[in-house]
Design a protein around this ligand. Sequence first.
Ligand SMILES: O=P(O)(O)OC[C@H]1O[C@H](O[C@H]2O[C@H](CO)[C@@H](O)[C@H](O)[C@H]2O)[C@H](O)[C@@H](O)[C@@H]1O
Length: 287
Amino acid sequence: MGSNRTPSLPRPTTAAGADGLAALLAAPGKAVVALDFDGTLAEIVPDPEQARAHPDAVPALAALAPHLASVVVITGRPAAVAVEYGGFAGVPGLDGLVVLGHYGAERWDADSESGAPRTPPPHPGVAAARAELPDLLGRFAAGQDVRVEDKGHAFAVHTRRAAEPVAAFDALRPPLEDLAARHGLLLEPGRMVLELRPPGMDKGVALTAFAREKGAETVVYAGDDLGDLAAYDAVDALRSEGRGGLLVSSGAATPELTARADLALDGPADLAAFLAGLAARLGGNGR
Ligand SMILES: O=P(O)(O)OC[C@H]1O[C@H](O[C@H]2O[C@H](CO)[C@@H](O)[C@H](O)[C@H]2O)[C@H](O)[C@@H](O)[C@@H]1O
């Protein structure tokens, strides 16, 4: 005989997180759930082009989203790439989904007529820095399996496939920092990746603006990497204004993040189970 009991949700380990989760459950229609893509909705894989949303993630989001003010994915990827790799377009239940790409500089709305993201003009420093990249890689990563991911408005240098990924990362960081500075760009370090991108936007700025746009009284943010710390800061700031907040970490690769999380989950599978659990709990309580 099967049980009809709703599965229990993992408990936040902080009082602020417990309050945030309680606020979401009490008034889901006033809550925004924001999620990073790589490492959070998608498992980390050696080849960035092979990343895909965990098979349980989209069904869980589709079940949860109709109960909430909004679900938003905030990613370092171009928005269109996250939409494609996530399989987010045309999913019933995700008709109001928003994907903020390039750390919030770009926006895709599932319900937009064009289906295309709104993208800012390119920063000229990206093309200039890209032109110098082959020479730099030849000098600091010769013979290493270091990959460049060209994202149009930014590029990322991946060291995950190098024989010694951390050594390659450490060797490339100072010259890439210098390259970024000379072209008015920002160096964004991540999980075996060094990214050069335009300044002026981060996941925290993007999340704060989105939460205000949606009139959110509670904000949940889940991430796995250094670029997610700005979103954590934003949730903390919203909490200091009296809103509810819940900080979720996915996996343990970034100690700076897990140390601050209210709820530490094991990775995308665990995160998808948490989202599904939330949806099940809210089952009879949709807007
Ligand atoms: O903000 P995110 O959605 O987390 O994107 C951050 C970067 O993630 C990607 O790189 C990471 O995932 C790859 C695929 O699993 C992995 O190979 C790499 O080592 C990770 O750093 C992505 O490729 C970047 O463009 C994103 O900026």
